[in-house]
Design a protein around this ligand. Sequence first.
Ligand code: ZN
Length: 191
Amino acid sequence: MDKIELQSLVRKKSERVTFMPNSGKTTSDAWKNFVLIAIDGERGDYVKCINCDGVLRWKSRDGTHGLKTHLKYCSKPSTTRTMFDLPGITKAVSVPASVKSSVADSVVTMCAKDIRSFNIVDGDGFKEFVDKVLSVGAKYSGISATDILPSVTTVSRHLAEVVTAMFVRRIQQAESKPRPSRRIFVKTPPL
Ligand SMILES: [Zn+2]
């Protein structure tokens, strides 16, 4: 497939095209802005810039010079936005319906096994947790749940620290509001 055809599939968010972070031995910061492209599940010689959705020809022997050059002239340059800052890498990647369906199956299985309510998927905290896991998974491929999930004891040890940080954040947010005479209410986060 040529670059123009691939670019149009990317723009159309075609399900034939999937993306994955370059989790090789690379350490270059340039890779925070690019994902590898697979067509019909097969890796081609292309990468996508996550800032402008532009498709670039790239082979592993090319190094990152071409990528860095693209970033200089990228139509949507951003110094702050990286793949891992996105609210879930899913925003930059179109997920095939079959994958979404298998995730839904997993949620059902989890709720059944652990006796949890289905509306766990609506929780903002749960979504943030899943985003966190996705970004860790993108950075360290091949790890399993037990490699990153803390024990109950560890979670309870982190409780005080996290709650204090939430309090501080809420107070700072309240104080940064423009009305100086505003009274500050801080809601205690549920423990
Ligand atoms: Zn770009």
